[in-house]
Every structure is written in C-alpha cells, then in structure tokens.
Design a protein around this ligand. Sequence first.
Ligand code: DSN
Length: 413
Amino acid sequence: MLYLSEDDPDLAKLVSNEENRIETTINLIAAENHSPQSITDVIGSVFNTKTIEGYPGKRFHAGCMYVDKVENFAITRGKTLFEAEYINVQPHSGTSANLAVYFSVLKPGDKILSMSLPHGGHLSHGHRASITSKCFDFSHYKVNLETEMIDYDNVRKIAHFVKPKMIVAGASSYPRLIDYEKMSQIAKEVSAYLLSDMAHLAGLVAAKVIPSPVPYSDFVTFTCYKTMMGGRGGVILCKENFGKKIDKAVFPGCQGTSAVNLIAAKALIFKLAMEEKFISIQKKTIQNAGILARTLREKGYRIISGGTDNHQVLIDLTSKGISGKSAEDCLEIVGIILNRNVVPQDEKNQGKVSGIRLGSGAVSARGMGEPEMQKIIELMDMALMNRKRKEIIIQVKDLVLKLCRAFPVIKIA
Ligand code: DSN
C-alpha cells in the first residue's frame, strides 16, 4: 500500500480499516469468503490495465500475447476442474453470466421457469426488480412449505403447464442439495434447456464434496468469490455444441472488454482448487455448516428445512420475536457479520424479513472447526437474547475479538 498511501492517504486508511475489520470480526456471510493472498496479488497486477475484446488468438487489440496465455490457462484448468466440455471465463459476475446464457439460446419474451426469490432463488432468475424479468417471461416454482425443500413433482407439474424454453436449477439461499438429475429429466420432458446456477456452491462442487450439476445441465453458471475463494467474476460452463453461441452472447452480446486481472484470478483459483488445502477447506465448510445448524437447533432456533447439506444455514427468527434486520444489526455490533434473509413464509407479507442466513465458508477458510462453531453460536445467542443489555453486548464483543485473534485471516495466505 506504499504508493496508495502517497497518492491517496484517505483511501489507504480505508483499506487498512477494512483489513482490520476483516481480522477482528467473524464472517458468516454465505456469499463471501477469504481468498488466498496470491489471488489479491494477481488481481492487483498489471493485468488490470490490459484491454481485451474477443477471445484468445482472435482479439481486437494488439499486445495480447501474455493475456491470451492467461485466458487459455483459465479455460484449460476450468474445464479440467469441473469436467466441462466448454467454458467461458469472461463474465463480470453471476448475473452477467446468467444473462448471457438466456440470450445465447432464447429470444426476448421466451418463457423461463426458475425458483421464486423468497423461496431461495436469485434476482437474476427473473425477479421483478431485475432486467431479466423485463426481457423474458418468468414463472416460478417454490419450496414445499411443510418440508421447505424443492417439491420436484410440483416443479414437473408447473413445467408441463407453462412449457418453458429454459428451466433454472439453482438458488441464492437454499441450504439443501438440488437433484440435478431430476431437474434434467423434467427439462427433457418439456424440451427445455437446463441452466444450473451453482454460484454459491462452486467451491464445494470443485472439491467434489457435493454432486456436480455439470453432467446433467446444458449450461452451468457460477461466481468465483463465494465458496470458490477466487476473487470477483462469473463463469459459464456448457456443452460443446453451445460454445459458439455462449461466446457471442458474452462478447459482444452482453459485455464489452472483460477484466483480465479477474480472468487471471480464475486461472489461479482453478489451479489451487485441485490441491489438498482447498479440498480440505471445502470438507470443513460442509462439516462446520452442519455443526452450526445442530448447535442452533439445540438452542431452540428454527432452522429452515431442518438442517443443511451445503455451506448455508437459514434461520427463521419468528418464534424468537426478533426481525432479521434487528438480528443483523445486533450481531454486527458484537462483530458477527451476516445478512438478514427472507424465509419462504415471508412471501405472504410484502417487505417482511424474518430470517438470517449463515455461511460457513469464511470461518472454515480461517481454520475454525467444531469448538469454534459451537462458540460462535453461543456468542450469537448471548447477544441476541441480551440485545438491550449493554454490559453483555460489550462482553460478547470482547469474546468475539478473542476468537478472531486466535484465527488470523492472514494465516490462510
Ligand atoms: N446473490 C447474493 C447473495 O447470495 O448474497 C450475492 O452474491
């Protein structure tokens, strides 16, 4: 940060404050993670300055001899890691990746069937506030309100009624495994393409600790900054026969120049993801989520769907008499960082957010295990149950800090 301190001391101070915030708080945001330092190194490298349009060997600007190699590394490693026939590593984000998939094989106005947002789906799966819903005609499936899991018979029923051109399997807040084989069968029955959005799950899939959607899907999209631990940006995997259409839909269809520094980070994380250290973090991530869910249940919290199969735990706080926002705010004060989340039951009350979502990725990358998961829940519960008692809140904050000091983030470098 030497040069930044000279050019803009105020901004340098914010970077240092953010580093300190990360070191001194427990990150339970399911859509975040800690990255190896080498990821930050390559994102901050000279690749940041190169303008590219097009694909390796077919660029619209000169001077691409090294960035072509970078993108080819990302392509080869990504295909090997996910056992995919084709890959595009240029999307800026998960939403850009999804948009490109929609536009690759669909026409504006075509029907798409995806999961409803309050039931776990994502904004880019046709939420009314997203441009995706203005371009395509979305219908939504939901979870069964008893089991709070996807009801595949119901998905089939809706698919046969709606006859969509594409079905989206994937979610932003769904703690259970998705049966991609069943989703693929349903898609085939109605002649729809299957897009599996594994944005949250990519790291777990890469490490083979949960099943992969790749064999069953026409398209798979993901982001690299959640369980994948690799910096910002999106990726599209697809069957070979869609490759040309996907490339055109990404550039020039939905994007202009892509970010070479992020493509380099993708190449790097795809290499690191084949190594034991990454795989063991992903195994730990699954174990730790299970421990978080079990400990919360023991303390009387209602876990959506009764448990978890991935890195997420969703809690409905209704019976505790706390809103999701109050819980988020109270926990931020003591240094436990997570996000409020709608639960399926909130759908009936516009604007109501009754839950919080916990993710075990970042704490696992930091080296924490079972005793620490139990401690985190004990501290969370202490804070939430005593949120008006200043002396308890101060005590919890000190204990959170002590826990953080014992597991420095810098150690994961
Ligand atoms: N999709 C948002 C989330 O899950 O929080 C951001 O990645």
